[in-house]
Design a protein around this ligand. Sequence first.
Ligand code: BDR
Ligand code: CA
Length: 325
Amino acid sequence: MSDDIRGTSRIPLVLDLDTGIDDALALAYALGSPEVELVGVVSSYGNVTMETAARNTCALLELLGRPDIPVYLGLDRPTASAGPFSPPPGVVRIHGENGLGGAVLPCGCRTTRQNGVDFIANAGVMRHRELCYVPTGPLTNLAAALRRSPGLASRLPRVTFMGGALTVPGNVTPCAEANVHNDPEAADAVLHSGLRTCMVGLDVTHQAILTREETAAWRELGAAGRLFAQMADYYIGIYEKNNPCLGGCALHDPLAVAAAIDPTLVRCLSANLCVDLTGPTRGRTVCDPARLRDAEKRCDVALGVDVPRFLGEFRTRVRRALGGR
Ligand code: BDR
Ligand code: CA
């Protein structure tokens, strides 16, 4: 375990991001949260390639004044895929060519070569009893770490992931949410691994909406605020075309970080989930028929969220990260 963590009472947090726009907002939420210590960020593919996600994360950490936080390279392709992942045109439209809605960050010269799967499988901090591990992209890196280190499932206290949809339709197919759709095998392996998980899926993230009113206020906060407003307004613009009834963009990834830090923000159904791996429902998260009657349930599926309280926390924490009071 790192000395930094041993000496503080803050909760260690590790993020696993496919750094597009809402991942960037999740990163800001984490950095604006005084009760957590962000000890590392693992990169994943999804909204962008894994390499672009790592570059975006490095640039965002510099922009937000935390270039000291380590960034790790994750895997660049889904579990069952022979070639590296590159985002399809529909995804490029949603997050922009660079994953950040075209916002050009002033830095981004830092690079990293550290291995993210090794970090998840072996790092001492991953054994901390209060560790929050929060993937907001596909679960590929975590599934690979579990294969490499099978004891990890009993060592990791709990994983809160953004992904899936239990009671609502998917956002890529009628059944599948994007992060699970990108690697259904990995999600299914994690849900069968014995790990305690909390699923923060579309059931709740489509209730947590960021509006242009809030992003307008960020523009008063200096360079970081203006860049985040530019990114978020781009994302809101996509939602205005694709999903106008929401009145803004969904805060998918920030809600997962928020629920990891404060689980009382969401109301959950305990269940044992699996993922459909074949046929037209591939990528659907569903209660596992084989474990329906098991007394012990390993996944808390968020089905309700205290929207006003979450939005209040989001406002305070993101403004703090952007340099506001
Ligand atoms: C999820 O997919 C990605 O595009 C977003 O960053 C979020 O993690 C929403 O389905
Ligand atoms: Ca994401």
